[in-house]
Design a binder for this molecule. Structure first.
Ligand code: DNO
Length: 354
């Protein structure tokens, strides 16, 4: 496994590449080009500039998170083929620059959803949290406003201001799209890009829905073992793979994460590893990575990754805000650095006790 940290790029992140470089065992970053709209083709010069900056600090780009898929592709709009052509052109350029893993999601309207970005835990740290009752009690537009107000001045991925202005329009766009239609649109997209992925060696890694149930009645198709098996079976190319996000899967405790990992041997191309603490169905908060701080057994999870021979990039996912750090919620340096060391410790112990 290649340990990495997510980095949003110069001007979009409170954490610097120099800081990341000093975390033992972290050899690369997962990044993106923030100023590109889903559906547009990425400019080669921008990719090269990003790559040059990262490599100058002694790190590598292990993958892109995300190359976002447009709503037009997700709903099967008349413009989808044009957007898919642009997506393919972007994949080719990334591969030419040696970037061969792309994370994306197929969630409608919202990317991940949380009701709070700074819930205070008993130790005084703050974390992202979800409470279904709170979400049900507010209009989707208010969630956008909430996230905008509480994000410490950073633009949260998936909650870009240009989307905030058109919540009603976006909901309207998805009116006729149910789970099956969304799945067929995902399949159409994947079948269109797979020949390029195979030719250029680009591994696609779909992110798990977060949380893994329908929010505001919108369709959801990447929620559990059954959905994942259908996805990898119906588009069997090994380049059609998964971002195994333990935190997202854990939003529903009946998702047996080690079992899901084992069932996806060869098809996990990227791992997001974090822990969550459950209080009741539909209510959870993010915790420190350590097993005893949350509800997941991180040892069993890392063991499952090891067993299937997963050797792709892994990143400690969201961290708590600790030690007075002010950053994009979930993406400070301190707790993610702690998380990376804990996960590397588990990996070393698992390998040495085999
Ligand atoms: C949240 C992230 C997601 C993820 C996208 C992938 O922190 O895990 O925003 O990057 O869903 O497209």
């Amino acid at each position: 496994m290649k340990m990495s940290l997510r980095w949003f790029g110069e001007g979009h992140d409170s954490v610097t590449l120099e800081q990341i470089r000093q975390i033992p065992g972290v050899g690369g970053v997962i990044t993106t080009l923030y100023d590109t709209a889903p559906g547009d083709e990425w400019a080669l010069e921008d990719i090269q500039k990003m790559k040059k900056g990262v490599e100058a600090s002694g790190l590598k780009i292990y993958g892109m998170e995300s190359v976002n898929v447009s709503d037009e592709i997700k709903v099967g709009h008349a413009k989808r083929d044009e957007h898919i052509e642009n997506y393919i052109a972007t994949l080719k350029k990334l591969s030419d620059e040696g970037i061969n893993m792309v994370c994306y999601n197929f969630m409608p309207v919202f990317d991940w959803t949380r009701s709070e970005l700074a819930k205070v835990r008993p130790d005084g740290s703050t974390v992202l949290a979800y409470n279904q009752e709170k979400v049900d009690a507010i209009h989707p537009q208010e969630i956008f406003d909430h996230i905008d107000n509480d994000s410490n001045g950073f633009v949260m991925p998936g909650w870009e201001p240009e989307r905030m202005g058109k919540v009603e329009e976006l909901f309207h766009l998805y009116e006729d799209t149910d789970n099956e239609k969304l799945f067929q649109n995902l399949k159409y997209f994947l079948e269109a890009i797979m020949p390029t992925c195979e030719q250029y060696g680009v591994k696609m890694a779909i992110h798990i829905d977060d949380p893994v149930w329908s929010v505001y009645g919108l369709p959801r198709i990447v929620k559990n073992k059954m959905d994942l098996q259908r996805l990898v079976t119906e588009v069997p190319s090994e380049y059609n793979g998964v971002t195994l996000c333990t935190g997202s899967l854990s939003s529903k405790p009946d998702n047996d994460i080690p079992d899901i990992i084992r069932s996806l041997k060869g098809r996990i191309h990227f791992a997001h590893v974090r822990n969550t603490k459950h209080t009741a169905p539909g209510i959870f908060e993010e915790s420190a990575h350590l097993s005893s701080d949350g509800s997941l057994d991180m040892y069993e999870i890392m063991k499952a990754f090891d067993e299937i021979g997963f050797d792709g990039p892994v990143r400690p996912d969201h961290g708590r805000a600790i030690w007075g750090e002010v950053s994009m919620p979930g993406y400070g340096l301190y707790d993610r650095a702690l998380g990376s060391q804990y996960l590397l410790g588990l990996i070393e112990a698992i390998k040495k006790t085999k």
